[in-house]
Design a protein around this ligand. Structure first.
Ligand code: 5AD
Ligand code: SF4
Length: 432
């Protein structure tokens, strides 16, 4: 029996790509998964290139793999860094057997049989490729609805690693949803770089369908209890979409709204396509329509040219929207992006100070936000055993809740009263 060790970095898209890779290798090539590097016959790392740090770490990591692996074991580098560095990876690390880009996942069964294969074509069309099944969780299913990204955000390397956006035909998505439900998943997680741009381009023939229509179709599949999706773009949050989000009971009331910056001037230089006012309008409308909604966001500090005043605009939006979760990053200049050549790069010390201020502000808000959860009753979908005799799951609006309990709670929707709020999650008691 051949053994596969796989490490996954980066976003949910990468998690799903790894699931596809595992499915292909276990079902077509006879591999089984292992957590033991030393036992593996094939070692894969599914990489992220969105910031510089993980790219640096890649080479020390594969160097380590090379030291401890069985002599005949192969190492493959997959994902976004594979796309953007391509052959360079093998030049720098000649012990790597193949490089497989983020847009070429379906070629995994070919590249493992070739020596020094480099498959990184970003025009390759995988939008109708039927993958075998593998899901890392029996309770929820990640399902891709599009590949690539058509936006041109000036900080972002993704359009160069995942290529142009192509929507996956709705028939195939629904087929995947039905399959997932049949195998026991009650939650469907729709994935795309820009989900609410769905339907703009298909690789076969055009169809008149947008993301809101797709959400309706998915929610009509029998057995689907919860729908989540990531990532939507604030620009495409039209009234039709917000209305469906607010009124469809199967759509979980948690929205990711990547702000990036609260300054309209910075947003313009980022080519985000919206203003501070538009973002605030959408977020406030969402809070009004769905009182319990959770809003999460991504924020970049220290984008080239960001002044103190620009940063104050970001703080202002954070104070007004009171995000339940913020993923915040220092701007990292990336190859193949326009912003890396912009003048006025912000000194690292300034960016670090802004990042700390933003994170401290958010932590203090989070204490206030989570304190209000005490005593509330939520339906929790339990998914995971935790150390110390706990089971954890999520509420519809995406709080992670743990309770004392065991396996019998897994895969069930159970009412829970919140007893102990915390920054990272809530603790509660199952109601009889
Ligand atoms: N520097 C810092 N953060 C970045 N992101 C994307 N590109 C960069 C970059 N060059 C962040 C954005 C995006 C998230 C996935 O990563 O906030 O939404
Ligand atoms: Fe995901 Fe972007 Fe990282 Fe690629 S670069 S893995 S798309 S976050």
């Amino acid at each position: 029996m051949k053994k596969l060790y796989i490490e996954t970095l980066g976003c949910a898209m990468n998690v799903r790509d790894s699931e596809h890779i595992i499915a292909e290798l276990t079902q077509k090539e006879g591999y089984t998964l292992t957590d033991e590097l030393k036992e593996a016959d094939l070692i894969l790392i599914n990489t992220c290139s969105v910031r510089e740090k993980p790219v640096h770490k890649l080479f020390s990591e594969i160097g380590y793999f090379n030291k401890v692996k069985k002599p005949e074991a192969k190492i493959g580098v997959c994902g976004c860094t594979a796309s953007h560095l391509g052959e360079e990876i093998i030049k720098k690390a000649p012990y790597v057997s193949f490089v497989l880009g983020a847009r070429n996942v379906s070629k995994i069964t070919q590249v493992i049989h070739k020596d020094k294969a480099v498959e990184v074509d970003i025009d390759y069309d995988e939008s109708t490729y039927a993958f075998s099944d593998f899901r890392s969780s029996p309770y929820k299913a990640f399902i891709n609805i599009s590949i690539g990204c058509d936006k041109k955000c000036t900080f972002c390397i993704v359009p160069s690693t995942r290529g142009e956006e192509i929507s996956i035909p709705p028939e195939l998505i629904i087929q995947e949803v039905e399959k997932a439900v049949r195998s026991g998943a009650k939650e469907i997680f729709l994935l795309g770089q820009n989900v609410n741009n769905y339907g703009r381009r298909f690789s076969d023939h055009d169809r008149k369908i947008d993301f809101t229509d797709l959400l309706k179709m998915v929610s009509e599949v029998e057995g689907v209890e919860r729908i989540r999706f990531t990532s939507p773009h604030p620009l495409h949050m039209d009234d039709k979409f917000l209305h469906e989000f607010a009124t469809n009971p199967k759509i979980c009331k948690s929205m990711h709204m990547p702000l990036q910056s609260g300054s309209t001037a910075v947003l313009r230089r980022m080519k985000r396509g919206y203003t501070k006012e538009w973002f605030l309008d959408r977020a406030m409308k969402l809070r009004e329509m769905v009182p319990d909604v959770h809003i999460s966001t991504d924020i970049i500090v220290g984008f080239p040219g960001e002044s103190d005043k620009d940063f104050e605009d970001t703080i202002d939006v954070v104070q007004k929207v009171r995000f339940e979760q913020i993923f915040s990053f220092k701007y990292s200049p990336r190859p193949l992006t326009p912003a890396k050549d912009y003048e006025d790069q912000v000194p690292d010390a300034v960016a670090s100070a802004r990042l700390s201020r933003l994170q401290e502000l958010h932590l203090s808000m989070l204490d206030e936000i989570s304190a209000k959860e005490k005593g509330k009753i939520y339906t929790v979908y339990f998914e995971e055993l935790k150390p110390g005799g706990y089971v954890a799951g999520r509420t519809d609006n995406n709080w992670i809740v743990k309770v004392r309990g065991s396996e019998e709670l897994l895969g069930r929707f159970v009412d829970v009263k919140i007893t102990k709020p915390g920054r990272l999650g809530l603790e509660g008691e199952v109601l009889a």
